[in-house]
Design a binder for this molecule. Structure first.
Ligand SMILES: [Zn+2]
Length: 79
């Protein structure tokens, strides 16, 4: 069975983020700094290509995208 190239689904993107990757490019997000406001959150990360950024909630957890990028994981909406 062939897998044809098609539009990324929201689930695909969420999987990438869960793996520490940019939801659009699928490449690893690089660390840009610490989240000083939460002693528990080890770092902030950003995609080197598009600048999508997110934070980890706690040590070892998956990246959570910043609010302005959450729509990327929200399925196919107009706009
Ligand atoms: Zn990217």
């Amino acid at each position: 069975m062939k897998k044809s190239r098609r539009k990324q689904s929201a689930a695909d993107r969420q999987n990438r983020v869960n793996n520490g990757c940019c939801p659009i490019h699928g490449i690893g997000m690089t660390q840009i700094g610490h989240n000083a406001s939460q002693s528990d959150a080890p770092f902030e990360a950003s995609c080197p290509r598009c600048g999508i950024s997110g934070k980890t909630d706690s040590a070892g957890s998956a990246i959570i995208l910043d609010p302005q990028f959450l729509h990327l994981l929200d399925g196919e909406r107009g706009g």
